[in-house]
Ligand binder design. Sequence first.
Ligand code: TYD
Ligand code: MG
Length: 456
Amino acid sequence: MAKEKIAYVCTECGYDSPKWAGRCPSCGQWNTMKEQVVRPTSAAERRAAPGFTFDKARPVRLEEIATGEEPRIDMRDEELNRVLGGGLVPGSLILLGGEPGIGKSTLVLQTVLRMPEQRVLYVSGEESARQLKLRADRIAHADTNCLIVCETSLEKIYAHIKETQPDIIVIDSIQTISTDTAESSPGSIVQIRECAASLLKFTKESNIPTILIGHINKEGSIAGPKILEHIVDCVLQFEGDQHYMYRILRGIKNRFGSTAELGIYEMRGDGLRQVSNPSELLLTDRHEGMSGIAIASAIEGIRPFLIETQALVSTAAYGTPQRSATGFDLRRMNMLLAVLEKRVGFKLAQKDVFLNIAGGLRVNDPAIDLSVISAILSSNMDTEIEPTVCMAGEVGLSGEIRPVSRIEQRIAEAEKLGFKQIIIPKHNMQGLDPTRFGIEISPVRKVEEAFRILFG
Ligand code: TYD
Ligand code: MG
């Protein structure tokens, strides 16, 4: 047996090094290098590891590779099919991420239960078979061809696969399984990386699609390694507030389709229901007749989402007015207030201003400037902004609306979520075909123009 070694692995990017460092030399994050025990495997050991052996790949000419439409597996779930880019691609490795308790296991289980023609092997490392049965009973289903096994060893999982010959494999969750080839505890970076890499190789060689479920940590990345995102073909994220029933399924990465798609579900007593008309989601949260609310089409990372900015402006009782912002940079808010004062002539110096980004989110996207400034003005004038209007635009010092990135994605998201009108920077109209969208697009050059649209 090979000797054990200590390695330091970055929890953010998976970079490893034999020496510790305060700052990861690869991604530059501080204090992310964690000690891991690794037992290097000899080539002989690796060959002897249980699992499948396949013919060696050989280089072929590009012309010889058969293409044609990839036959996709219909998941019997429109939202999921759309986010996957038209169904599950054979031989693909999918990662479904989300916070604990959000409904990942429910989503996957109810989907596989609806596909009786596919033999599914559901590997659970978290719940007992009884728990799974109880959950399956809550979700209405007919005859199924789903096999459940509670297992955490990757080598044993391969043995089960060999025995059962499934069409689809589900692993719930990647953080609970471990392989003998890496000797650190399950859930550690080394284990996750080894298992995911091994599963990737397996799915490619066997052509059996595999769905991995993964937990997300507080920062919103798949717990531990970002490297998982590099390994898999698709990363789907299941999001939502546990206190609300709505869930959003988003593609973050997709080798076989667009990441601009999203799926919306409602968590019910009998599983997740697809929400095909998203405006019903907005209708329930109507703020009819309420001032101080503006909706922004924002992007964090590569993900577009619509977010509510709320402002409250009231007369300052004493001396220095109060300014407070949650989820938004206070200095930036002060700058926007100065722009408002200068351009629109509102005397905000005697007013308290409170700003809140709904859902406790922190947004760094400058495109929400326009909604921040509109919400403040709406509260100050006590005039409601039409709830079917949303906006995106960065505000410059002279009150000009500056262009924002990925405008098409923002518009598509607003349209998908049922908005009727979106205010965007005029500069972004270049190269944009407004007829492609089923939403009214209102380009503006200055904040005054935006205010005229919003408040007449
Ligand atoms: P679960 O799928 O276990 O979440 P995850 O796998 O992401 O950790 O979902 C857990 C929650 O979903 C739990 O709080 C109960 C709720 N739930 C329903 O509301 N309805 C249902 O039909 C099911 C199965 C779960
Ligand atoms: Mg679960």
